[in-house]
Design a protein around this ligand. Structure first.
Ligand code: NAD
Length: 480
C-alpha cells in the first residue's frame, strides 16, 4: 500500500481497515503450528535470495550502497537469522516446564509462549531490509500478524520490501504500508499489541508515548554514541583496519558504528597513521579516487548531509584539526571519511550521535579517564575495546554500561544470533535476534496446574483461627 498518493482521510480508513482485517485473522495465525510457521519463514528466505539482484539495485539507488555490503549486511544477515529460526523454532515454541517450591507440592507449572497479536514494525532507512525483515521473521516465528512501515527515506528499498512481503504473505497476516511520518502517526493511533521500533532516540520517545495510550508493549532499538577504546597494548594496526571499515561502511550511517575513539596517548599517532592508510586502501589513495569509489556510499538525504557537515564545520571552527579527509560535495551528499583530533569540549560533535563518516579521536593517559568519559554519556548501543590485556577490557566491561560490547573486533555482536541485540535506556528497550526475537514477540504465559488430591492451599483457607495454620504460616514465611 503506498499511501503517498491518496488523501489523508482515506489513509486513516485504509490503515484502520487493514488493522481490522489482521485483528479478525490473528487467532488463525496464532494457532499455527511450528511446521506452518517454518513454511512461511522458508518462503521469506527463498524470496530474499530470488530478489537478491533487485535488493542490491534498490540499495544502490537509495544511497549508493555497494552490492557486496548489501549481500552481507542485508541479505545474508537476514537469511542467516531465518535459518537459525528454522533450526530452533520447534524448541522455542515448546512449553517450558519449571520447578515448584515445597509449599506448592502436588502442582506443576510451565511457561506457555503465545503470540502478542498484531505487531507494528517501524524501521529506519540505513538497513531497510535487515531492520524490517529480521523483526518480521521473529514476529512470524512467534505467531503474530504484522504491519511494517519502512522509512520513506529509502523509497526504492521500501517499495521492494513491500513486493517481497506481498509475495510471501496474505495481507491479513503481514503487510507493508509505505509512507512518511504522518502515515507512521496514523499507524501509531491503532491499538497494536506490540510496537517494534528501530530509529532515533527522539522518535523512540514519540513512539513510546503513542504506545502508552493503548498500553502496547514496545521494543525500541535506538542509537547513540558508541565509543571505541584503544589501549597501549592493542594491535593498533588491526584496530585501525576495523575502525576504518565500520566508519566507512554505509558512510558511518550505522547504529553500531564507532562514534568516537578514546586512545591511549602513547599509540595515538600510530593509530592515526594506520587509519589513514586503511581509509586509502579501502576507498582510494587520493581524494578524487575516494569520491569515485564504488565501495563508498552517500549520506541519505540533504538534511542529514547538512547535519553531519555542520558537525564538521563546528568542530573545525572551534579549533579541531582535520588529520585526514574533510572534503564534501553537497550536490552528491558526499562526505569523505574524516579523522579529527584536538576537538575541544563543547563542540557539537561530542553531543550528538554522528551517524556519518567523521571520527573524532581523543587521547587518554589512564584507563580510568576513558571509563569516566564513556560514563558521562547515556548508555551507548555498542562499545568496542581493542586491548590485549584481559584486565583492561574486563575493567571496561565491569565499569561501563552499553547495549552490547565487542572486544578486538567491530560489529561481531550484531551477527551472532545467540546474542541478544538491543540497547539500554537511551540506546533502546528490549532486544531481539535468534530466540531473543521470538521471546520479544511472545507473551510468556505462566500456567500452574493443581493435581494433588490434598492441595496444600487447603491449609490456608479462612477462617484463620487454628493454631496450626498460624504456626504453618510462620514456617512458610521463615523456611519454605
Ligand atoms: P528515525 O527515527 O528518523 O525514523 C525511523 C522510522 O520512524 C521511520 O520509519 C520514520 O518514518 C518513522 N518516524 C520518523 N519520525 C516519526 C514521528 N515523528 N512519528 C512517528 N514515526 C516517525 O530514524 P532514521 O533517521 O530512519 O534512522 C537513524 C537512527 O536510527 C539513528 O539514531 C540510528 O542510531 C538508529 N538506528 C538504530 C538501529 C538499532 O538497531 N538500534 C538500527 C539502525 C538505526
Amino acid at each position: 500500500m503506498n499511501l503517498d498518493t491518496i488523501s489523508a482521510e482515506s489513509w486513516h480508513t485504509t490503515i484502520k481497515t487493514l488493522f481490522e482485517r489482521q485483528r479478525r485473522h490473528r487467532e488463525v495465525v496464532a494457532r499455527t503450528t511450528a511446521r506452518e510457521r517454518k513454511a512461511k519463514l522458508r518462503a521469506l528466505h527463498s524470496a530474499l535470495l530470488r530478489y537478491r539482484k533487485a535488493i542490491q539495485e534498490a540499495m544502490w539507488a537509495d544511497f549508493r550502497k555497494p552490492p557486496l555490503e548489501t549481500d552481507i549486511t542485508e541479505i545474508a544477515a537476514t537469511t542467516g537469522e531465518i535459518r537459525h529460526a528454522l533450526r530452533h523454532l520447534s524448541a522455542w515454541m515448546a512449553p517450558r516446564r519449571v520447578g515448584v517450591r515445597l509449599p506448592l507440592i502436588g502442582s506443576s507449572a510451565w511457561i506457555h509462549y503465545e503470540p502478542k497479536g498484531i505487531c507494528l514494525i517501524l524501521s529506519p532507512w540505513n538497513y531497510p531490509f535487515n531492520l524490517s525483515l529480521i523483526p518480521l521473521a521473529s514476529a512470524i516465528a512467534a505467531g503474530n500478524c504484522a504491519i511494517i512501515k519502512p522509512s520513506e527515506h529509502a523509497p526504492h528499498s521500501a517499495c521492494l520490501i513491500k513486493e517481497i512481503v506481498n509475495a510471501c504473505f496474505a495481507e491479513e497476516e503481514a503487510a507493508v504500508v509505505e509512507g512518511d511520518v504522518e502515515v507512521a502517526q496514523v499507524l501509531l493511533e491503532q491499538p497494536f499489541d506490540h510496537i517494534f521500533f528501530t530509529g532515533s532516540p527522539a522518535v523512540g520517545k514519540i513512539v513510546m508515548a503513542a504506545a502508552a495510550k493503548h498500553l502496547s508493549s514496545v521494543t525500541l532499538e535506538l542509537g547513540g554514541k558508541s565509543p571505541v577504546v584503544v589501549d597501549e597494548s592493542a594491535d593498533v594496526e588491526r584496530a585501525a583496519s576495523r575502525i576504518a571499515w565500520m566508519k566507512g561502511m554505509n558512510a558511518g550511517q550505522i547504529c553500531i558504528a564507532p562514534d568516537y575513539v578514546l586512545v591511549h596517548e602513547s599509540v595515538q599517532e600510530a593509530l592515526i597513521e594506520h587509519l589513514e592508510s586503511y581509509f586509502k586502501r579501502y576507498y582510494g589513495a587520493t581524494p578524487e579516487a575516494r569520491q569515485q569509489s564504488p565501495d563508498y556510499p552517500r549520506l541519505i538525504h540533504d538534511r542529514h548531509f547538512s547535519f553531519v557537515k555542520g558537525l564538521l564545520d563546528d568542530a573545525v571552527q572551534r579549533g579541531a584539526t582535520v588529520r585526514f579527509g574533510g572534503r564534501s560535495v553537497a550536490e552528491e551528499r558526499y562526505i569523505e571519511p574524516t579523522i579529527l583530533t584536538s576537538v575541544p569540549d563543547g563542540a557539537a560533535i561530542w553531543d550528538a550521535e554522528i551517524f556519518g563518516p567523521l571520527l573524532p579521536i581523543r587521547p587518554y593517559r589512564l584507563l580510568q579517564e576513558a571509563i569516566d568519559y564513556i560514563n558521562t554519556y547515556p548508555k551507548p548501543l555498542a562499545l568496542y575495546v581493542f586491548s590485549k590485556k584481559r584486565e583492561h577490557w574486563q575493567r571496561v566491561l565491569n565499569e561501563t554500561r552499553s547495549g552490547g560490547m565487542c572486544i578486538n573486533e567491530c560489529g561481531l555482536q550484531f551477527f551472532n544470533p545467540n546474542l541478544p541485540f538491543g540497547g539500554q535506556n537511551h540506546s533502546g528497550i528490549g532486544r531481539y535476534h535468534g530466540e531473543w526475537g521470538f521471546l520479544e514477540f511472545s507473551h510468556a504465559r505462566a500456567v500452574a496446574r493443581q493435581h494433588s488430591p490434598w492441595p496444600t492451599t487447603t491449609l490456608f483457607l479462612p477462617p484463620y483461627r487454628s493454631a496450626f495454620v498460624k504456626y504453618a504460616a510462620g514456617w512458610l514465611a521463615r523456611w519454605l
